[in-house]
Write a protein that binds this ligand. Structure first.
Ligand SMILES: Nc1ncnc2c1ncn2[C@@H]1O[C@H](COP(=O)(O)OP(=O)(O)OP(=O)(O)O)[C@@H](O)[C@H]1O
Length: 289
């Protein structure tokens, strides 16, 4: 079954600091959504609002038309996994037991398989796990719970590269066998972009872009060639970045190019190339990520 998540002009402040500013977008269906933003952009805050763990000051977040906040049945459909510290004395086995009690779709057999995949011991307590192991446990709980909306808030940052790769493979396998909506926040953009169907990019609490991954990367273009010709070609377009190398110039733009414009570029010996999501992210959020 597919679900509709609506984020309707949501704002949230802490004291006088507005952390989320009128964010507005919808996601519908079984998709893997990448939530991208720099440190402090507001990703965790937005995801906590979506999970109903915090109340927005303005606007509303609904799942299938019903508000999530203070709505037990909707909150049960949304699972939020993060690296925040849990009760350190609990054993891994107890964490699995507790999660199984609260999550109606929890698959214990799959959870036990994942425990082996990620080399975790169910006998250890949380305080005995390394940072990477704690991250892996969050991944196990999130995947095995099979909640219709599963949110991973940068849990992978503690995991080493081979373990992250295992996680990415599991997400893709799960999405094929038990489709649902995953929201994965990250700034490991180049490493994770192949997972995403849709991208939500936020910056300083505001929504910068929301689009399908493919559409978004097709809109990012570099135009390289003789400086004057490049300047003329990009005039009136959204310019993200410019680099000059002697008489040559490389400009990154964002927006669709018509066939006519592509032909014009060809005639003027301008080279048009695609921009990676990582480069778009860097340029759109103003500098090195
Ligand atoms: N409970 C809180 N009280 C006060 N300020 C907060 C609180 N939680 C978050 N903030 C502030 O809100 C802003 C956004 O924080 P948030 O954790 O949502 O960002 P983020 O995009 O997840 O960052 P990162 O990638 O570094 O984890 C930051 O300036 C942070 O200091």
């Amino acid at each position: 079954m597919s679900h509709k998540l609506e984020i309707k002009r949501v704002s949230k402040s802490f004291k006088k600091h507005e952390v989320i500013n009128e964010i507005d977008f919808n996601v519908e269906g079984n998709k893997i959504v990448g939530l991208i933003g720099r440190n402090g952009a507001g990703k965790t805050t937005l995801l906590s609002l979506i999970a109903g763990l915090k109340q927005s000051d303005q606007g509303e977040i609904t799942l299938d038309g019903e508000p999530i906040f203070e709505n037990q049945s909707r909150m049960q459909q949304v699972m939020f996994l993060s690296d925040s510290q849990r009760d350190q004395s609990l054993k891994v086995r107890e964490m699995l037991d507790m999660t199984e009690t609260f999550r109606p779709n929890f698959d214990r057999i799959y959870a036990d398989e994942l425990i082996k995949t990620f080399n975790l011991s169910t006998k250890k307590s949380m305080s005995e796990l390394s940072k990477g192991m704690r991250s892996a446990l969050q991944v196990v709980l999130g995947l095995a719970s099979r909640a219709p909306i599963t949110i991973f808030d940068e849990v992978y940052t503690g995991m080493d590269a081979p373990t992250r790769k295992k996680f990415y493979n599991e997400v893709l396998d799960e999405q094929a066998e038990h489709p649902r909506m995953f929201i994965l926040s990250t700034h490991l953009v180049s490493e994770m972009d192949y997972l995403f169907d849709e991208i939500v990019m936020i910056h300083q609490g505001k929504l910068l872009l929301h689009d399908e991954y493919e559409a978004m990367t097709l809109k990012g273009q570099t135009v390289i060639g003789e400086a004057n010709a490049v300047d003329q070609f990009v005039s009136g377009k959204k310019v993200l970045n410019e680099q000059r190398l002697g008489p040559t110039k490389s400009v990154t733009i964002y927006g669709e190019l018509s066939e006519e414009e592509r032909q014009k570029a060809k005639k003027q010996e301008l080279e048009i190339g695609n921009v990676s999501l990582q480069d778009l992210f860097i340029h759109l959020t103003g500098g090195e990520a």
